[in-house]
Design a protein around this ligand. Structure first.
Ligand SMILES: [Ca+2]
Length: 301
């Protein structure tokens, strides 16, 4: 039996599952969202920024300190290859799109946001470690795809890590300034690997173990980790938006029904939302896709 949501063509906000055997191009089936540019639970936005919006989190990022010809890795509370993040996550953040990519705002591809996001209500202090790159977390490597949430969680666990919470992933992407894209407010396909032409996947070919690898290769538009120098967040985490979609733990999700605990963040190389804040939550833990990978997080010591 095919697992719920196991169709290969669903990306970050590509078409939701329409039923087995009914693949649709993402441009035709993106869900309509009533508040395309007001993230999460935000219902109202005041003209005056709330004081909480200006709260700047203290940040500690793994850095290499250069001096007198030698490099010394600063002591951090994270394993090698991970970025230590200490900051304030905003649960309810307002961001306003001033211009969409096309005349279909329901697709939620925003070309430019009004600078300055606004946090409503409280913030949550967070301190954790996150892989600097998509798994396998090596600069220059091709990130993995076709993983299920279960497989991704097991892989992280085998390395003494865990999947990122959606809140952690979002904070790592937005940075202290809480920008919609990891590098700023303007959608820029030269910064990160997204908005590449959509290639219609063959879901039957993906579902068949005998033809899966060939189908993945046919639609594959991944790039090497870290190859886009500007696709980096203020915290120093690469390729969060675009390249491959990333499994996270949806902290408000369920194991039994959508919204599932298995969330997807950041979108992939295709023309989808590709932002820090949105999450796709309608794929269960056994779903996999040609564009779906992950990265790991860990507790900071
Ligand atoms: Ca990514």
């Amino acid at each position: 039996m095919m697992a719920l949501g196991s169709l290969a063509w669903d990306g970050e906000n590509t078409p939701r599952r329409q039923g087995a055997g009914s693949p649709q191009p993402s441009e035709e089936n993106a869900p309509v969202e009533t508040s395309a540019c007001v993230a999460q639970d935000t219902a109202r936005v005041d003209e005056q920024p709330l004081s909480l919006c200006s709260a700047v989190a203290e940040t500690s990022v793994t850095e290499t300190i250069s001096g007198s010809g030698e490099s010394v890795v600063a002591a951090t509370g994270c394993p090698e290859g991970m970025v230590e993040i200490q900051g304030e996550y905003c649960p309810s953040l307002a961001q306003f799109c001033t211009r969409f990519v096309d005349d279909k705002p329901e697709r939620d591809r925003c070309a430019e946001f009004k600078p300055g996001s606004r946090c409503h209500g409280h913030t949550l202090p967070m301190h954790f470690c996150v892989d600097r790159y998509e798994y396998p977390n090596r600069a220059g490597a091709t990130p993995v795809v076709a993983t299920t949430w279960d497989e991704a969680a097991a892989q992280c666990k085998s390395e003494g890590k865990r999947l990122c919470k959606d809140t952690e992933w979002t904070l790592a992407c937005e940075g202290e300034d809480r920008t919609p894209y990891p590098y700023g407010n303007v959608r820029d396909a030269t910064a990160c690997n997204f908005d590449k032409p959509y290639i219609m996947p063959d879901n039957n070919a993906y579902a068949n173990p005998a033809t899966r690898e060939a189908e993945i290769a046919r639609v594959d538009q991944r790039e090497f980790s870290g190859s886009r120098e500007r696709c980096v967040s203020q915290y120093g985490v690469y390729d969060m938006t675009g390249n491959v979609d990333e499994w996270v733990v949806n902290t408000k999700g369920s194991t039994d029904e959508a919204p599932y605990i298995s969330g997807l963040k950041g979108g992939y190389w295709g023309p989808v939302r590709n932002r820090c804040r949105p999450m796709t939550t309608d794929h269960n833990m056994w779903h996999s896709g040609y564009q779906i990978g992950f990265r790991c997080c860990a507790d900071a010591s």
